[in-house]
Design a protein around this ligand. Structure first.
Ligand SMILES: [Zn+2]
Length: 228
C-alpha cells in the first residue's frame, strides 16, 4: 500500500497534489473538531513522540536542512507580520483632512481631485478661486464644474448656506429640545450604504414642513399646569 501510495504521489500533477493536501487538511480539521479533551491530548502526545523519534533518527545533514527550513519559514512569517502591521498603521493614519475648495467638505485623500480651472466654463467662481490655476475639489463639486452647468454648485460656500458658528446654548440642546425649537421639520429618505461600516446618506428629495413654535410652547404651558 505504501509503495502504491508513493508511486501515485510521484505521478500526480501540482494541482492534483494541492487538491489532495486541501482534502487532507479539511478531513483533519473535521476530525479535530469532533475529538474531546482526552482524545486531543493523546493525539498531541503521539504527534510529539513521533516528532522526537524522527528528530532522533535524522542525520546531521538532515538536521541542518530542517533547521535551515525552519529559519527561512520564521523569517518569512516575521516579515509578513511586519508588512501587515505597516499596512494597518498606514490605513489608520489616513485622515479626512483635505478640504474641498468649493463646498469646504472634509475629505479623505481618495475623495478629492485636482481640477484645472477653466475660466470660461466656470465664470461663476468667486475672484479668490478664479485666480488659481488648480482647485482641490470633492468628486461632487468636480462633477459639477466639469459639466455644462453655468450656475455654481448648490453647496458652494459663497451660496451662504453655512449658518456660521453655532452659539453654545443651541449646541447644548437635547434632540427633543432641538426638534421643538426648529422652525422647519425636514422629511427625507435616509439610506445606509453597502458594507458593515457603511455610512448613512440622504437620497431623493427632502420635504420641509414649517412648524409653529409658539403653538408648541403654549401647549406645554397648559400640560405643565395640569400636572402641577
Ligand atoms: Zn465639494
Amino acid at each position: 500500500m505504501r509503495l502504491h501510495a508513493t508511486q501515485v504521489r510521484a505521478a500526480e500533477r501540482p494541482e492534483q497534489r494541492d487538491i489532495r493536501l486541501e482534502n487532507m487538511r479539511l478531513h483533519a480539521t473535521q476530525v479535530h473538531a469532533l475529538e474531546n479533551t482526552e482524545q486531543r491530548d493523546t493525539h498531541l502526545e503521539s504527534m510529539r513522540s513521533h516528532a522526537s523519534q524522527v528528530r532522533a533518527a535524522e542525520t546531521p545533514a538532515e538536521r541542518v536542512a530542517r533547521t535551515q527550513n525552519m529559519r527561512v519559514y520564521s523569517s518569512q512569517s516575521r516579515r509578513a507580520d511586519r508588512a501587515n502591521i505597516e499596512t494597518f498603521q498606514k490605513t489608520i493614519n489616513t485622515f479626512c483632512d483635505r478640504i474641498c475648495m468649493i463646498c469646504t467638505k472634509s475629505c479623505y485623500p481618495n475623495q478629492v481631485t485636482n481640477y484645472k480651472v477653466d475660466i470660461i466654463k466656470t465664470a461663476y467662481l468667486p475672484q479668490e478661486l478664479a485666480c488659481k490655476t488648480t482647485l482641490l475639489l470633492c468628486h461632487r463639486c468636480n462633477k459639477h464644474v466639469t459639466s455644462n452647468n453655468n450656475t455654481p454648485p448648490s453647496k458652494a460656500y459663497w451660496n451662504n448656506l453655512d449658518p456660521g458658528i453655532i452659539p453654545e446654548v443651541i449646541n447644548q440642546l437635547t434632540q427633543p429640545e432641538e426638534r421643538l425649537l426648529s422652525r422647519i421639520i425636514p422629511f427625507t429618505k435616509v439610506v445606509k450604504f453597502d458594507g458593515t461600516f457603511g455610512q448613512y446618506g440622504f437620497r431623493g428629495q427632502a420635504v420641509l414642513f414649517a412648524q409653529d413654535i409658539s403653538e408648541g410652547t403654549e401647549k406645554f404651558q397648559y400640560a405643565s399646569s395640569i400636572y402641577r
